[in-house]
Design a protein around this ligand. Sequence first.
Ligand SMILES: [Zn+2]
Length: 197
Amino acid sequence: MKNSLIENLVQQFSRLPSIGGKSAQRLAYHILEKNSELAESLASAIVDARRKIRKCGLCHNYSEADKCSLCLSPGRNPNLICVVERPSDIILIEKFGAFTGLYHVLGGALSPLDGVGPQDLNIDSLLKRLAGLESPEVILALNTSSDGEATGLYLIQKLKPMNVKVTQLARGIPLGSDLQYVDEHTMQRAMEYRIPL
Ligand SMILES: [Zn+2]
């Protein structure tokens, strides 16, 4: 039997992260109770963002143009590159405003169990980017999960022979934690007291 329209709406909401069945139902009913303007703006914002936002050709951050606003910003140091797993990690580091370099988004972490190998991440483009720089420094700002650690070790092996200075965020970031849950103060200290590798 085909789902009713309302069942379908609830089901679509429940596909989103951290939305359980009850929340999905609440959102669906909320949309029906409000005037149609909410539904239309929400739907078009989602479709517009998905259609028009792509990846920056240099750092793989989300961007509406070939290069993102960070990479185009003249005030930033292109020889200092902070390597993160996801574009959302950039927002977090930018929030405290003390980092003046650029970023490189890997698109995840190495995870043999999930079949994620080096070729699935933006590692080649990082190595190419670094090869074109003079005395670059890479700051590893990866999650402290086992996958994040393994990715860090892999990158160090690749970067050391290239004479790239590699540092990682100082501890203070709890082991096994996702960067998304680190507060700004901890992040600021972790960046200030980063450790040479
Ligand atoms: Zn960029």
